[in-house]
Design a protein around this ligand. Sequence first.
Ligand SMILES: [Zn+2]
Length: 85
Amino acid sequence: MTILHDMECKIVYRCECNEKEYPSSTSLKAHQKTKGHMNWENKKELRDLKKCLTERDNEIVSLKLRVERLKELNTTLILRMKEDI
Ligand SMILES: [Zn+2]
């Protein structure tokens, strides 16, 4: 019985925009200068920015809620202190 094992390890130059493989880093770089790739990169950047913005918005909302809760707690504590005096 012969076990064939492919131990070949090769570097794959693949671009995220089209999942295509390129034979060398030079041809990958050449592709990355094309309009199609540039458009994809710009869109990706915009998507990432929008995602970031949404995350920030959510963070702001949750921080505002926390501030409100702390204000309430503060008021409660002040009232209790007054009661004690
Ligand atoms: Zn690309």
